[in-house]
Write a protein that binds this ligand. Structure first.
Ligand SMILES: [Zn+2]
Ligand SMILES: [Zn+2]
Length: 168
């Protein structure tokens, strides 16, 4: 298990830069641009998936996204999975692989940069923010590279798992 497995970077289109807010409208524009450039159809279902993700908070997996969309939209499982793949390719969504568990996704939102504490015992993921990390990364210059989104994963044991191990 590599601690850097989910140090995810995604580039933003140049005109948006590291703006504080990457709102739904911006995301839709970016998706439109991506679909056009790749000669893919701009189906309402694809935008519905994007919208659902933008209106939700935190992490999700492909199956939970599909379940969440039932009732509200008529989108097939294949469309949800396929659109998620397109959103990954267009860097609107990032994929995390926290240890052994199923891949988790989340939208790219620069206004809410956060990091992850991943328990290697039970797989629980806790989010945290840190002003110092943020300041450090923002001040850092990278040669021939413009940073966009980033996230840090710290692997360890949650208090419950730590207690369990102590009793053993
Ligand atoms: Zn997260
Ligand atoms: Zn745990």
């Amino acid at each position: 298990m590599c601690g850097f497995a989910c140090l995810a970077w995604a580039m933003f289109p140049h005109d948006t830069g590291m703006k504080e807010e990457y709102a739904l409208e911006k995301a839709k524009e970016a998706l439109t641009k991506f679909l056009q450039e790749n000669h893919l159809r701009k189906t309402p279902e694809r935008y519905a998936v994007l919208e659902r993700i933008w209106r939700s908070e935190g992490h999700f997996n492909a199956e939970s996204l599909y379940r969440d969309m039932q009732g509200e939209y008529r989108v097939s499982r294949a469309t949800v999975y396929n659109t998620l793949e397109l959103l990954l390719q267009s860097h609107l969504v990032v994929k995390h692989q926290f240890g052994q568990q199923e891949a988790q996704y989340e939208k790219v939102a620069t206004d809410k940069v956060h990091h992850h504490l991943v328990c290697t015992g039970c797989g629980k993921v806790k989010e945290f923010s840190d002003k110092h990390i943020r300041t450090t990364i923002q001040a850092r210059r990278f040669a021939y590279f413009e940073p966009g989104y980033y996230t840090l994963c710290i692997y360890g044991l949650c208090s419950k798992c730590k207690q369990k191990r102590r009793k053993q």
